[in-house]
Design a protein around this ligand. Structure first.
Ligand code: SAM
Length: 233
Protein backbone atom coordinates (compact mmCIF):
# COMPACT_ATOMS: atom_id res chain seq x y z
CA UNK A 1 0.00 0.00 0.00
CA UNK A 2 1.24 3.48 -0.81
CA UNK A 3 -0.10 6.21 1.44
CA UNK A 4 -0.24 9.72 0.01
CA UNK A 5 -1.50 11.56 3.09
CA UNK A 6 -1.73 11.16 6.87
CA UNK A 7 -4.43 11.60 9.53
CA UNK A 8 -6.64 13.45 7.15
CA UNK A 9 -10.32 14.10 7.52
CA UNK A 10 -11.42 13.19 4.00
CA UNK A 11 -10.19 9.76 3.04
CA UNK A 12 -10.24 8.08 -0.36
CA UNK A 13 -9.03 4.50 -0.84
CA UNK A 14 -8.26 3.35 -4.37
CA UNK A 15 -8.05 -0.35 -5.28
CA UNK A 16 -6.16 -0.69 -8.53
CA UNK A 17 -3.57 -2.63 -10.52
CA UNK A 18 -1.77 0.66 -11.28
CA UNK A 19 -1.33 2.56 -8.00
CA UNK A 20 1.50 4.61 -9.52
CA UNK A 21 -0.90 6.22 -12.01
CA UNK A 22 -3.18 7.36 -9.22
CA UNK A 23 -0.38 8.41 -6.84
CA UNK A 24 1.27 10.49 -9.52
CA UNK A 25 -1.84 12.52 -10.38
CA UNK A 26 -2.96 12.87 -6.76
CA UNK A 27 0.45 14.18 -5.73
CA UNK A 28 0.28 17.26 -7.97
CA UNK A 29 -1.70 20.49 -8.33
CA UNK A 30 -4.96 20.91 -6.37
CA UNK A 31 -5.03 17.36 -4.99
CA UNK A 32 -1.37 17.47 -4.01
CA UNK A 33 -1.87 20.80 -2.24
CA UNK A 34 -4.98 19.48 -0.46
CA UNK A 35 -2.91 16.55 0.77
CA UNK A 36 -0.08 18.84 1.88
CA UNK A 37 -2.57 21.03 3.77
CA UNK A 38 -3.89 17.95 5.58
CA UNK A 39 -7.33 18.10 3.96
CA UNK A 40 -7.25 14.95 1.85
CA UNK A 41 -5.78 11.47 2.01
CA UNK A 42 -5.64 9.23 -1.04
CA UNK A 43 -4.42 5.73 -0.17
CA UNK A 44 -3.77 3.35 -3.07
CA UNK A 45 -3.83 -0.43 -2.72
CA UNK A 46 -2.37 -2.74 -5.34
CA UNK A 47 -4.81 -5.58 -6.03
CA UNK A 48 -1.91 -7.65 -7.37
CA UNK A 49 -0.42 -7.76 -3.86
CA UNK A 50 -3.35 -10.06 -3.03
CA UNK A 51 -2.76 -12.59 -5.79
CA UNK A 52 -2.15 -16.08 -4.40
CA UNK A 53 -0.15 -17.88 -7.12
CA UNK A 54 3.51 -17.60 -8.08
CA UNK A 55 2.65 -15.63 -11.22
CA UNK A 56 0.72 -13.05 -9.16
CA UNK A 57 -2.30 -13.58 -11.43
CA UNK A 58 -5.27 -11.30 -11.03
CA UNK A 59 -7.26 -12.23 -14.16
CA UNK A 60 -8.44 -15.31 -16.00
CA UNK A 61 -10.38 -16.27 -19.13
CA UNK A 62 -14.16 -15.77 -18.98
CA UNK A 63 -16.43 -18.75 -18.36
CA UNK A 64 -18.47 -19.36 -21.49
CA UNK A 65 -15.72 -18.03 -23.73
CA UNK A 66 -15.29 -14.61 -25.27
CA UNK A 67 -12.49 -12.17 -25.87
CA UNK A 68 -10.13 -10.91 -23.21
CA UNK A 69 -9.64 -11.62 -19.54
CA UNK A 70 -11.74 -10.93 -16.46
CA UNK A 71 -10.42 -9.78 -13.07
CA UNK A 72 -10.83 -12.62 -10.56
CA UNK A 73 -12.87 -12.03 -7.41
CA UNK A 74 -10.31 -13.43 -4.93
CA UNK A 75 -7.60 -10.75 -5.09
CA UNK A 76 -10.20 -7.95 -5.22
CA UNK A 77 -12.11 -9.19 -2.15
CA UNK A 78 -8.81 -9.69 -0.25
CA UNK A 79 -7.53 -6.23 -1.18
CA UNK A 80 -10.71 -4.54 0.01
CA UNK A 81 -11.05 -6.68 3.14
CA UNK A 82 -7.45 -5.86 4.10
CA UNK A 83 -8.48 -2.21 4.62
CA UNK A 84 -11.52 -2.33 6.94
CA UNK A 85 -11.00 1.34 7.80
CA UNK A 86 -11.66 2.38 4.16
CA UNK A 87 -14.85 4.39 3.87
CA UNK A 88 -17.97 3.29 2.07
CA UNK A 89 -19.43 3.63 -0.44
CA UNK A 90 -17.10 1.46 -2.46
CA UNK A 91 -17.61 2.58 -6.04
CA UNK A 92 -16.75 0.41 -9.03
CA UNK A 93 -15.86 2.46 -12.10
CA UNK A 94 -17.72 0.80 -14.95
CA UNK A 95 -19.28 1.73 -18.29
CA UNK A 96 -22.39 -0.07 -16.99
CA UNK A 97 -22.73 2.29 -14.01
CA UNK A 98 -24.85 5.37 -13.31
CA UNK A 99 -23.42 8.40 -15.10
CA UNK A 100 -21.27 10.52 -12.80
CA UNK A 101 -22.70 13.94 -11.98
CA UNK A 102 -22.09 17.03 -9.88
CA UNK A 103 -24.90 15.96 -7.54
CA UNK A 104 -23.15 12.63 -6.87
CA UNK A 105 -19.89 14.56 -6.34
CA UNK A 106 -21.70 16.75 -3.79
CA UNK A 107 -23.19 13.74 -2.04
CA UNK A 108 -19.77 12.07 -1.75
CA UNK A 109 -18.12 15.31 -0.60
CA UNK A 110 -20.61 15.60 2.26
CA UNK A 111 -19.39 12.35 3.87
CA UNK A 112 -16.10 11.41 5.55
CA UNK A 113 -14.69 9.77 2.40
CA UNK A 114 -15.28 6.94 -0.05
CA UNK A 115 -13.47 4.16 -1.91
CA UNK A 116 -13.06 3.26 -5.56
CA UNK A 117 -12.31 0.04 -7.39
CA UNK A 118 -10.68 0.32 -10.82
CA UNK A 119 -11.35 -2.37 -13.39
CA UNK A 120 -8.93 -3.44 -16.15
CA UNK A 121 -9.08 -5.94 -19.03
CA UNK A 122 -12.74 -6.86 -19.75
CA UNK A 123 -13.77 -5.79 -16.27
CA UNK A 124 -14.42 -7.60 -12.98
CA UNK A 125 -16.14 -10.88 -12.08
CA UNK A 126 -19.85 -10.15 -11.51
CA UNK A 127 -19.69 -11.50 -7.93
CA UNK A 128 -17.62 -8.43 -7.06
CA UNK A 129 -20.48 -6.27 -8.33
CA UNK A 130 -23.11 -8.30 -6.50
CA UNK A 131 -21.40 -8.87 -3.15
CA UNK A 132 -18.65 -6.28 -2.61
CA UNK A 133 -19.25 -2.91 -4.23
CA UNK A 134 -22.01 -0.50 -3.24
CA UNK A 135 -22.39 1.40 -6.48
CA UNK A 136 -21.24 1.39 -10.12
CA UNK A 137 -20.34 4.73 -11.68
CA UNK A 138 -19.63 5.50 -15.33
CA UNK A 139 -18.02 8.57 -16.84
CA UNK A 140 -20.16 8.32 -19.96
CA UNK A 141 -20.96 6.25 -23.01
CA UNK A 142 -17.43 5.35 -24.07
CA UNK A 143 -14.94 2.69 -23.04
CA UNK A 144 -11.63 3.44 -21.35
CA UNK A 145 -8.81 0.92 -20.96
CA UNK A 146 -9.08 1.02 -17.17
CA UNK A 147 -10.87 2.59 -14.23
CA UNK A 148 -7.93 4.71 -13.02
CA UNK A 149 -8.65 7.78 -15.15
CA UNK A 150 -12.33 7.56 -14.24
CA UNK A 151 -11.42 7.26 -10.55
CA UNK A 152 -9.23 10.35 -10.78
CA UNK A 153 -12.06 12.29 -12.36
CA UNK A 154 -14.37 11.33 -9.49
CA UNK A 155 -11.74 12.05 -6.83
CA UNK A 156 -10.92 15.48 -8.23
CA UNK A 157 -14.57 16.49 -8.70
CA UNK A 158 -15.32 15.50 -5.09
CA UNK A 159 -12.14 16.82 -3.45
CA UNK A 160 -12.52 20.31 -4.90
CA UNK A 161 -15.92 20.58 -3.16
CA UNK A 162 -14.36 20.00 0.26
CA UNK A 163 -13.87 23.14 2.37
CA UNK A 164 -10.43 24.68 1.95
CA UNK A 165 -9.35 22.61 -1.05
CA UNK A 166 -9.86 25.43 -3.55
CA UNK A 167 -8.25 28.76 -2.76
CA UNK A 168 -11.70 30.34 -2.70
CA UNK A 169 -14.70 28.18 -1.73
CA UNK A 170 -16.96 30.58 -3.65
CA UNK A 171 -15.51 29.29 -6.91
CA UNK A 172 -17.03 25.83 -6.49
CA UNK A 173 -20.35 27.22 -5.24
CA UNK A 174 -20.79 29.47 -8.23
CA UNK A 175 -19.90 27.25 -11.15
CA UNK A 176 -21.62 25.07 -13.72
CA UNK A 177 -24.18 22.54 -12.40
CA UNK A 178 -24.00 23.71 -8.77
CA UNK A 179 -27.10 25.86 -9.35
CA UNK A 180 -28.59 23.66 -12.05
CA UNK A 181 -27.24 26.07 -14.69
CA UNK A 182 -24.13 26.29 -16.83
CA UNK A 183 -21.79 29.04 -15.74
CA UNK A 184 -22.02 32.51 -17.31
CA UNK A 185 -19.18 33.67 -19.65
CA UNK A 186 -16.03 34.89 -17.91
CA UNK A 187 -13.56 37.59 -18.99
CA UNK A 188 -10.26 38.83 -17.66
CA UNK A 189 -7.69 41.48 -18.66
CA UNK A 190 -7.09 43.00 -21.11
CA UNK A 191 -10.44 44.79 -21.48
CA UNK A 192 -9.79 44.90 -25.21
CA UNK A 193 -8.03 42.06 -27.05
CA UNK A 194 -7.54 42.16 -30.82
CA UNK A 195 -10.45 44.55 -31.05
CA UNK A 196 -12.80 42.34 -29.02
CA UNK A 197 -14.15 44.03 -25.92
CA UNK A 198 -15.68 42.90 -22.66
CA UNK A 199 -19.38 43.48 -21.84
CA UNK A 200 -19.55 47.02 -20.42
CA UNK A 201 -21.62 45.97 -17.38
CA UNK A 202 -18.74 43.84 -16.05
CA UNK A 203 -16.59 46.95 -15.79
CA UNK A 204 -19.30 49.15 -14.30
CA UNK A 205 -18.56 48.30 -10.65
CA UNK A 206 -22.33 47.91 -10.08
CA UNK A 207 -22.49 44.55 -8.25
CA UNK A 208 -26.26 44.17 -8.54
CA UNK A 209 -26.19 44.78 -12.29
CA UNK A 210 -23.25 42.39 -12.70
CA UNK A 211 -25.09 39.67 -10.76
CA UNK A 212 -28.22 40.21 -12.85
CA UNK A 213 -26.21 40.02 -16.10
CA UNK A 214 -24.44 36.83 -14.95
CA UNK A 215 -27.72 35.16 -14.01
CA UNK A 216 -29.33 36.13 -17.33
CA UNK A 217 -26.34 34.87 -19.33
CA UNK A 218 -26.27 31.60 -17.36
CA UNK A 219 -29.96 30.96 -18.09
CA UNK A 220 -29.62 31.92 -21.74
CA UNK A 221 -26.53 29.72 -22.23
CA UNK A 222 -28.19 26.78 -20.48
CA UNK A 223 -31.34 27.14 -22.59
CA UNK A 224 -29.25 27.17 -25.76
CA UNK A 225 -26.74 24.42 -24.96
CA UNK A 226 -28.29 22.19 -22.30
CA UNK A 227 -32.09 22.62 -22.24
CA UNK A 228 -32.28 19.24 -20.49
CA UNK A 229 -30.87 20.89 -17.33
CA UNK A 230 -33.88 23.20 -17.24
CA UNK A 231 -36.29 20.35 -17.81
CA UNK A 232 -36.96 21.65 -21.35
CA UNK A 233 -35.03 18.91 -23.10
N1 SAM B 1 -15.77 -5.07 -21.17
C1 SAM B 1 -16.25 -3.85 -20.58
C2 SAM B 1 -17.54 -3.42 -21.25
O1 SAM B 1 -17.71 -3.72 -22.44
O2 SAM B 1 -18.35 -2.76 -20.61
C3 SAM B 1 -15.21 -2.73 -20.69
C4 SAM B 1 -14.04 -2.93 -19.80
S1 SAM B 1 -12.91 -1.60 -19.86
C5 SAM B 1 -11.87 -2.07 -21.19
C6 SAM B 1 -11.89 -1.86 -18.46
C7 SAM B 1 -12.24 -1.02 -17.25
O3 SAM B 1 -12.16 0.37 -17.57
C8 SAM B 1 -13.63 -1.19 -16.69
O4 SAM B 1 -13.73 -2.34 -15.86
C9 SAM B 1 -13.82 0.08 -15.91
O5 SAM B 1 -13.24 0.02 -14.62
C10 SAM B 1 -13.05 1.09 -16.75
N2 SAM B 1 -13.93 1.90 -17.62
C11 SAM B 1 -14.02 1.81 -18.97
N3 SAM B 1 -14.88 2.69 -19.46
C12 SAM B 1 -15.39 3.35 -18.41
C13 SAM B 1 -16.35 4.39 -18.27
N4 SAM B 1 -16.99 4.91 -19.31
N5 SAM B 1 -16.61 4.85 -17.03
C14 SAM B 1 -15.99 4.34 -15.95
N6 SAM B 1 -15.07 3.36 -16.02
C15 SAM B 1 -14.77 2.87 -17.23
Amino acid sequence: MTETGHNLPFRVDVFTLFPELVDSYCGASILGRARDKGLLSVATHNIRDHATDVHRSVDDAPFGGGAGMVMMPGPIFSAVEAVPEAHRPLILLSPAGTTFSQSLAQELASGPGFSVLCGRYEGVDERVVEHLVDQEVSLGDFVLAGGELAALVVIEAVARLRPGVLGNDESSRDESFSSGLLEYPQYTRPAEFRGWGVPEVLRSGDHAKVAEWQRREAIERTQRRRPDLLGDG
